[in-house]
Design a protein around this ligand. Sequence first.
Ligand code: NAP
Length: 355
Amino acid sequence: MSEEHQNQTVCVTGASGFIAAHLVKQLLEQGHTVKATVRGTADKYPYLTELAGAEERLSFHQADLLAENAYDEVVQDCDVVMHTASPYVVNVKDSQTELVDPAVNGTLNVLKSCAKAASVKRIVLTSSLAAITDQPSSDKVFSEADWNTKSDLKRNPYFFSKVKAEQAAWDYIESNDCGFDLIAINPYMVIGPSLGPSLNESNKVLRDMLKGVYPALMNLNWGIVDVRDVAKAHILAMQTPEAKGRYLIANENWTMTKVIGFMRELGYGNYRLPKLNLATPLGDKIMYLLSYTQPSGNGTYMRAHVGKDKTMRFDNSKAINELGIDYIATKESIKAAIEDVIQWNHIKEKPLKVA
Ligand code: NAP
């Protein structure tokens, strides 16, 4: 690390979150000063206040994405702002007010506050693979060059909120004479150990496999990435002066069949793992019909993602070559995520006895 990138003052928005908590931890470990924005009071976040270095170099600042000028004060004197706060919920009643408004207006609020602070040199925005595509295809390799043009308020609205927020950020940078640049981090499915007690939507996918929520194996697949690596990618983006544009962050693509097989290998066969195999052409058709019985968010997700022809292929070389990211093995990430959801008591059902 060059001297210029040591002892930075970094604002992390949404510091209570799954990814952001790791970001705060790693920034403190590297000696940086962190200004954390949260919605509650500091006593709500012992997993942050108890981090090594927190007493000396971590401060809390209340801010809501929807409150104009909410970030004005906190970003003053910051060198870098990492904007991670955004609602991550799959099923909502009102996509506009619950997802798109906080994602887009919140991002613009943060950028406008940074424009008022001469100290800010770089913004690292937590975007998502959701802003790249909402429909994997076995015929295409996705990369940073792609934009999700299919989502809308009804179809995969969380994905839509991420597209709109990232686009708003790039538009703002292009049309204003800013003293900072913007880097977008676009992670795929983020799993791993959680510093706080909440169950994140992505670890929930694994938790639900163990809990019996999935009635059958289906043709689903995810580009898995460890939460510790996503945090690391944000910091590498901060420390790499030549970093530019978007970075797709994902390690390996795993099918649901492979994930469940690995869970059995790890000894979790006595949990309620799906046994019926619908990862077949007939299963694809059944799942398509069943998707209409699901809450709207799950239903549109299933229609866009379940199917042999919807196997995700992606090119993650830009982050490897330009940021030097070196991924934690996917097996290690899955193992850590399972141990985590069990340790935080997110599975109430007792394991079954197997003969
Ligand atoms: P998370 O644990 O749910 O964190 C979301 C954070 O956003 C929380 O700190 C939350 O604060 C904050 N937030 C939500 N609405 C807010 C509002 N109106 N005002 C202020 N703060 C608000 O989710 P995460 O997985 O860490 O996600 C962090 C970022 O990564 C998000 O931008 C998400 O889209 C992106 N991402 C996640 C994944 C993944 O697989 N997990 C993949 C790609 C991208 P409270 O604690 O107060 O609710």
